[in-house]
Design a protein around this ligand. Structure first.
Ligand code: GLU
Length: 395
């Protein structure tokens, strides 16, 4: 089993495109096969500087690095050779310095797609003549893709279903060169919640952007895998290792998956709570295990840690009105009677003040933290310490 992820470095792929790489990785690892990264950089006009490095950074960070790497611009002679061969065989012709392939009208081209096991057929008359080698000496996607898939002995071609219309062209090249085509696996296109094709406009970000926003690789991978794959049952939260064990092409869905960022948020929270406190501390860059443990239950992304714990490090700037000030004085008085500065005792005092002064919890939050909600307050004050708590009341 040998698979390839073949991005064109024309930009940083969004999470939907990166899904293909994950499926490649899962299939390869499950079957003890090989996963190749193939950079399809033959359209020189569309290249974006740095995109190739970003693609590799994404795979490395997710922990799904390829076993081998190939770059098409370094193999131009190979493609030229096969373009000439197609001319010699009489299935291609030269025009304006470019080489075109013509599929005979009566030709039938069909395959059984591994997704849904459905037979798909095209007729030659519906396939327009297509360029395989451009006048600048670079191959087009159609030729380069077939030549590389054949020479590197790719067994399964996994990609988005928007490539289905290219398959008849590819099949004709395979047949003309006397090669056996691989198994085709066309993944249903991912839709946004409004049912249109997912795009950056819908907030489909790249994995690197999501990383910077505080999403865990474990959650991103888990979420991506479920965009079109389901191992059966209602098991949803899975590690990469578990997914490798469970992965099977027959469980790739034929219906279009919907990209719902709310699900990613939920999943990220689940994965944050699955981490050990030590590991979470490392990921948020904190040494304060008590604080990390307290925040763990309330975080959706890693970036929430900074937001939730900011008040520990900085005295919040707040404006209090006359009635708040009465509460502050009352708090100062009652809290000064607390003997052991522990959550339980602090909680009793806070409750008492709330009841007797007839104020809601959010007023206390405002006084101590500057915002109206946050981490559990008594625990927070215990960690903050008595001295600092009184500093906050000194307004
Ligand atoms: N370069 C194509 C892309 O950007 C590859 C399609 C394929 O996997 O054959 O998606």
């Amino acid at each position: 089993m040998k698979v390839r992820f073949a991005p064109s470095p024309t930009g940083v792929p969004h999470i939907g495109n990166t899904r293909t790489a994950l499926f490649d990785y899962l299939l390869a690892r499950k079957n003890k096969g090989i996963f190749i990264l193939r950079i399809e950089d033959t359209d020189q006009k569309r290249l974006v500087e740095g995109a190739e490095e970003k693609i590799e950074e994404i795979l490395d960070w997710l922990g799904i690095s390829p076993d081998e790497k190939l770059k098409q611009s370094e193999r131009l002679d190979t493609y030229k050779k096969y373009a000439k061969e197609l001319v010699e065989k009489g299935v291609a012709y030269e025009k304006d310095g470019a080489i075109y392939v013509k599929v005979p009208d009566e030709k039938k081209l069909s395959w059984t797609d591994a997704v849904g096991n459905k037979q798909i057929s095209f007729e030659g008359k519906d396939v327009e003549d297509f360029v395989v080698l451009k006048s600048d000496g670079y191959p087009t996607y159609h030729l380069a893709s077939v030549v590389d898939d054949h020479l590197t002995e790719i067994t399964h071609v996994i990609r988005g279903e928007e490539w289905i219309s290219s398959v008849p062209k590819h099949l004709f090249i395979y047949e003309s060169l006397g090669w056996k085509p691989p198994v085709f696996v066309h993944l249903p296109v991912i839709l946004s919640t409004d049912k249109s094709k997912l795009s950056k406009r819908h907030g489909a970000k790249s994995v690197l952007e999501l990383r910077d926003e505080g999403y865990l690789k474990e959650a991103i991978i888990n979420f991506m895998a479920l965009l079109g794959w389901n191992p059966g049952g209602d098991k949803e939260v899975m590690s990469l290792e578990e997914m490798v064990n469970l992965f099977d092409l027959k469980d790739v869905n034929v219906s279009n998956p919907i990209f719902d960022i709310k699900k990613l948020d939920w999943m990220n929270g689940v994965w944050i709570r699955k981490l050990s406190v030590e590991e979470l501390a490392k990921r948020v860059g904190s040494k304060d295990l008590k604080l990390v443990e307290l925040a763990q239950s309330r975080m959706t992304t890693l970036n929430d840690f900074g937001i939730l714990t900011n008040f520990f490090y900085e005295k919040p700037k707040i404006k209090l009105d006359q009635s708040d000030r009465i509460v502050v004085e009352r708090l100062a008085k009652e809290l000064s009677n607390v003997k052991t500065w522990k959550t339980e005792e602090i909680l009793l005092v806070l409750k008492k003040v709330m009841i007797e002064e007839k104020v809601k919890m959010k007023v206390l939050y405002k006084i101590f933290t500057g915002s109206e909600s946050g981490l559990p307050l008594p625990q927070s004050l215990e960690i903050l310490g008595k001295e600092k708590t009184f500093e906050r009341l000194n307004v």
